[in-house]
Design a binder for this molecule. Structure first.
Ligand SMILES: [Zn+2]
Length: 120
């Protein structure tokens, strides 16, 4: 069981029509030693370096999600701008963290959609 202060996301990131399984590993990063994360756009995998601080883990995850987003919206050339992706990823993360009640409202919206789909 994870420690209380281990807030790493475990699971898959879905950006329709793609799904990327998030993994902590060094194996897929070995060919690129300076790299702390990568997204294998066509292999359904986001790899993050194992052992990052919680803050860095989230930051790198959001950076890789930004790579996924620009791939999905077919603006792949934006993915070459690493600084933009880091800035946007951090901005979205901070907005989610700093907007009181935002995440809770998203969860309520998710539940509403689920109920609507189930025909309530
Ligand atoms: Zn990148």
């Amino acid at each position: 069981m994870a420690k209380w202060n281990d807030t790493r996301f475990e699971g898959s990131v879905n950006i329709s029509p793609y799904t990327w399984k998030v993994k902590r590993t060094d194996s897929t990063l070995q060919s690129n030693p300076g790299c702390v994360g990568c997204i294998l756009l066509l292999d359904s995998e986001i790899s993050l370096k194992d052992g990052l601080s919680m803050g860095a883990d989230w930051s790198v995850l959001f950076h890789e999600i930004m790579h996924g987003l620009v791939h999905v919206i077919e603006e792949g050339e934006l993915g070459e701008n690493e600084k933009l992706l880091t800035t946007m990823g951090n901005a979205i993360f901070n907005m989610l963290m700093d907007s009181e009640g935002f995440l809770e409202a998203l969860l309520r919206e998710k539940k509403r959609r689920e109920r609507e789909r189930e025909g309530y």
